[in-house]
Design a binder for this molecule. Structure first.
Ligand SMILES: Cc1cc2nc3c(=O)[nH]c(=O)nc-3n(C[C@H](O)[C@H](O)[C@H](O)COP(=O)(O)O)c2cc1C
Ligand code: SF4
Ligand code: SF4
Length: 439
């Protein structure tokens, strides 16, 4: 029996799939509908200060016919009356006691104001709080959102204000608009956080209209920086989640957010240390129903791999992460083309010729072009296999015997031992010894 349930710092959820704090989690109607479809939890759209949103608040990035690979927004927190929100949060939790209902909060940086909203929110019966230190537009100019997440001292201070009165777990939602995500994570931990959620949106301008010269989205001719989300941000989110998961000084449960559209995306976040995952853009694009495929896909995958619970899966890829200095310099691969699968588009030739090491020859055979890799010159960069449009047509084949290893750190240490410096000449001699030829 596959068990998808999680316990996130004491918050229980039947599966790891939560709605992110965003338009899909704006009301009781939406959150209850999402729970009917199977979502394990929700992070209620951020409530707090009185705000008013503008029309044309989103900008979409389409790429090569694929709609919404990125979604930019200048939306603020919830502009619905806060009393309606409190009532609806309580109602939702009453109707769905087995689901995780977490409420996202953002108010001005005053201790009493935070104390007041925390107490009122806890009175709704919700399971946890998520403090929004991430919104990079509109609220940050007023000293909230990412203006807090970017200053570790504020991060710690406000977290302390909240944790000193909160009786339920407190998650901190971090902004990716920082140099090193471990710094605000540690500050949140020092302030008493029970868990972290990352990432919020990335500061960005999605585009410019070439006819009107206006930014997208245009609000009566004006525009500005907004927050970027959607599939395009996933690699950034995965990296940040892993950095936090690997930080022994943090050691808190993580809710992974950013570009998750399907069970495979979600699983990548779990393999890199996330306990729960949150979704916004994919729900805005395809609706709540996508969770059914997520639950089914993850369950089948676990069955196939022989896992019973997510505890056995979480963080499994973290041990694979290492510094460049520890990679094996003697690991050698070359590109091999399966001529039976090749459709003679020549993209690999162009890519290798102009973007790599000029070792895919284009020859003519029976009136047809044919691409051949000169393996002795191939540096195994992988570019051709990435650009090839035919699945499995170009494979990277390992050609070293796997017996010897030498990392950059070891190489430098060898020279240090001999009291010598690493020079280009010595590096060439090392390469020559192992038959490595780089033109
Ligand atoms: C239109 C929009 C509104 C959002 N509003 C909030 C918000 O009120 N509070 C918050 O913490 N995050 C907010 N977010 C950020 C999302 O919760 C999430 O962190 C981000 O969109 C990345 O996830 P995704 O790629 O699945 O969309 C918003 C995102 C979008 C696109
Ligand atoms: S792996 Fe790189 S160097 Fe080798 S053939 Fe492909 S593109 Fe060229
Ligand atoms: S990119 Fe792939 S399909 Fe196109 S010529 Fe190269 S090997 Fe053949």
């Amino acid at each position: 029996m596959i068990d998808l349930s999680i316990n996130f710092a004491g918050i229980k959820s039947p599966n790891p799939f939560w709605l992110a704090s965003a338009p899909p989690s704006n009301s009781a109607y939406q959150n209850c509908k999402a729970f009917e479809q199977g979502w394990g939890g929700t992070v209620w759209k951020t409530i707090g200060e009185p705000v008013m949103n503008v029309c044309n608040r989103y900008g979409g990035l389409d790429y090569n016919g694929q709609k919404l690979v990125g979604l930019n927004n200048v939306e603020l927190i919830s502009d619905r009356n806060i009393e309606d929100n409190f009532k609806e949060i309580a109602e939702t939790k009453r109707l769905w006691p087995d689901r995780a209902v977490i409420v996202s909060l953002m108010v001005e940086s005053k201790k009493e104001t935070w104390h007041e909203i925390v107490k009122r929110t806890i009175d709704t019966g919700c399971d946890g709080l998520e403090l929004n230190y991430g919104c990079p537009h509109g609220m940050s100019e007023r000293g909230m959102g990412s203006a807090v997440g970017q200053v570790p001292e504020y991060c710690k201070m406000i977290t302390e204000w909240v944790t000193e009165v909160s009786t339920i777990p407190v998650l901190i939602k971090l902004t990716p608009n920082v140099g090193n995500i471990q710094i605000p994570s540690r500050a949140a931990k020092a302030g008493g956080a029970s868990g972290l959620a990352l990432i919020n949106t990335i500061n960005s301008i999605i585009g410019v209209d070439l006819d009107t010269f206006e930014l997208k989205p245009s609000i009566a001719g004006k525009g500005g920086h907004g927050g970027l989300a959607g599939p395009i941000v996933k690699p950034i989110a995965l990296n940040m989640v892993s950095q936090v998961a690997l930080d022994n000084e943090v050691n808190l449960p993580i809710s992974g957010v950013g570009g998750i559209s399907n069970w495979q995306d979600a699983l990548e976040f779990i393999l890199l240390g996330s306990t729960s995952v949150q979704v916004c853009t994919a729900v805005m694009h395809y609706g709540f129903r996508i969770v059914q495929d997520m639950i089914e896909g993850l369950t089948f995958w676990m069955e196939e791999k022989g896992f019973n619970s997510l505890d056995q899966v979480r963080g499994k890829s973290l041990s694979r992460i290492d510094d460049f200095g520890n990679f094996n310099l003697l690991h050698k691969t070359v590109a091999r083309i399966d001529q039976d699968k090749c459709i003679h588009c020549n993209l690999c030739h162009i890519a290798c010729e102009d973007g790599a090491h000029q070792c895919i020859d284009l020859i003519s055979e029976n009136g047809k072009s044919k691409t051949i890799v000169r393996e002795e010159d191939c540096v195994g960069c992988d570019l051709c296999s990435i650009v090839c449009p035919v699945e499995g047509c170009i494979s990277m084949v390992r050609v070293d015997d796997g017996k010897e290893t030498k990392t950059w750190n070891e190489l430098v240490a060898d020279f240090k031992k001999d009291n010598t410096e690493l020079t280009w000449e010595k590096l060439r001699a090392f390469q020559k010894r192992y038959g490595i030829e780089i033109h």
